[in-house]
Write a protein that binds this ligand. Sequence first.
Ligand code: MOS
Length: 723
Amino acid sequence: MNTKAPDYRLIGKPTRRIDGREVVTGRATYTQDIKLKDMLIGKILRSPHAAAEVVSIDLAPALALPGVFAALKLAEGKVRYAGQQVAAVAAVDERTAEKALSRIKVEYKTLPYVVDWEKARDASAPQVRDGKGNVEKFNEYSRGDVEKGFAEADVVVERTYRTAFEIHNPAETHGSVAYWEGDHLVVYDSTQNIHGVRDGLARTLKVPAANVTVIKKYMGGGFGSKLGLNEHTVAAANLARETRRPVKILLSRRDNAVCVGYRPSSLQTYKVGAKKDGSLTAFSLVNYASGGVGAGDEVSEPVVDIYKCPNCKVEEFTVFTNTGASRATRAPGHTQGALGLEGVMDELAAALEMDPLELRKKNYSTRNLGDTGLPYSTKGLDMCYELGAKAIGWERRNRKPGEGSGPVRRGIGVATSIWFGAGVPGTLADIVLYPDMSVEVVCGTQDLGTGTRTHMAVVAAETLGLEPKDITVKLGNSDYPWAPLSGGSLTTPSVAPAVRDAALKAVDRLKAVAAARLKVAADDVAMGDRKFFAKSAPEKTVVFADVYRDLRRETPFHGERTGYPGDAYAFNTFGAHFAEVDVNVETGRIRVLKHVAAHDSGQIINKLTAESQVVGAVTQGLSAGLFEERVMDDTTGNPVNPNLCDYKIATSLDIPEITPIFVDIVDTRLNNLGTKGLGEPPRIPSSAAIANAVYNAIGVHVREIPMTPQRVLAALKRKEAGS
Ligand code: MOS
């Protein structure tokens, strides 16, 4: 397999977003912007109690208020977290809707609850699920014999790492606008999954999927919190059905922290054994994760996969609390797992007196499952290590963690990522050619904000010999050809190959039409600069405009993203991050100075938007590493920081120089462009590289994110005490 990137004109080069001007001038329409004639505003009443029996709900006082059109009961029996929906209203405007909510009379019988996930582990804690216990094993894995592996080791290190609850906080909060045209439901939704929301609505409302259309033109991010059908969307559809008017429900920033998910916490204990030369002999991991009334995340994939290690054992437990359910958050499980695994690798390197990068290279695997499974189809992690180390100046790091002196200590750290990103076979896209030479690309995908429109235009333009501005991109409507949800880093590797396939078919047809005009065989026709010519007689040409006109009507070409040999190879994305930090050992404050992010995501489609994915993900990783933590208050059962003031997110002042590097290894086994996903990979090792840089600076691993000044100072005390 040739893995070198072909010599493309547009693909892999930087292309500005075709919709950039619309977005920055405020002309792009988000769900929040939708205003329809006679539209009502819906609002949802939420439980203030973390656990209660709903004895009764009286909607009458709300319905009696002028301007209120409908009210619904949404809770029955028990509520299990503060923020759970109880009732909804639709009214002429926001103020009336608010007022109506305040008039609804709900009688609660409060029940004991627990929101502190460490207390929830106690056998005497209130039971979140009736009589089922708060701790449940949800994952186990084993290969080889770990006891034997540890017995063979020269060095064994055991450490515990902790990660916090992180809230997605997309710029645009969740929202839906629903209306009925007869028995057809139309919903504008801020979603990562138009087809999934359509199917979910059809099932929930018991209407045919063919009678539901979900539209999402633009959205202000999701990060996993908008992957599925939301309760408020169902409420909007029901209120619209009852009132026969459009109903809009927007969630508040507070709602964002209580009822649409967050990244689960984790408490990960790793034990690792190695020979003196650094070869790993055994890994074990015990993880506790909390996802409120939902499940936690598996954090074990990195330890199971990344390093060559014959013996590995994993046990993972979820801890239930009376808190809204977690949701997938940009690289679920992997960011938490990377923090722990990459931390213990560095602590092992120190115990072995080895270079942490050498330790990683020493245990490099070419097959998944720690070198015991399928061969990776392509794996450019070695190049990521090499180019990243060079870009950060790896030789400048402290040879021994914490060997510097003075109040401000500098350090450099590395961390690794593995992720999926193969895309979904069966994704469909159409190219439509018009006689006036306009070209349309249609796909029922959605642009999360990552630049999907531009990717589609770039691939179509490249293939058709046009420029991105020549292409009209249509997406964000569930009536368009099927594409999967935008999550799991699968949009580009699903959609781009489907567009490529359709465009290649269109080119074949255009060549056949040109051949008739040129009076040569179709396989003698080549594409030039907006013209076709005969290879055998290059002076014979026909311009694109004439060939398109010969089509005589709009002509669709159907493209499909085809399968890949999933049983013969493992298809993954890889990355290595390098961070440089200053740590003030008197104040505990960390400043990130530089962050290098090297990635193997196959063929890059648009260098510019790829770089923005990396910059965004590194920013989020820095933010999680240093600042972000949702804090629950056990005395009220509610979060204490459900807003953007008390929940700290990194700002531009915190962001260092970020250097994205792409190794561009084209995986032609995977799809017709050799492209893999990129949205999540750069989020995975970003906090971990910073944590390891801090370790390199101060000589003690903080082992907990966010690495607040208090935690840094506590770690330094631990070092003084010699533990
Ligand atoms: Mo992602 S967490 O699959 O949007």
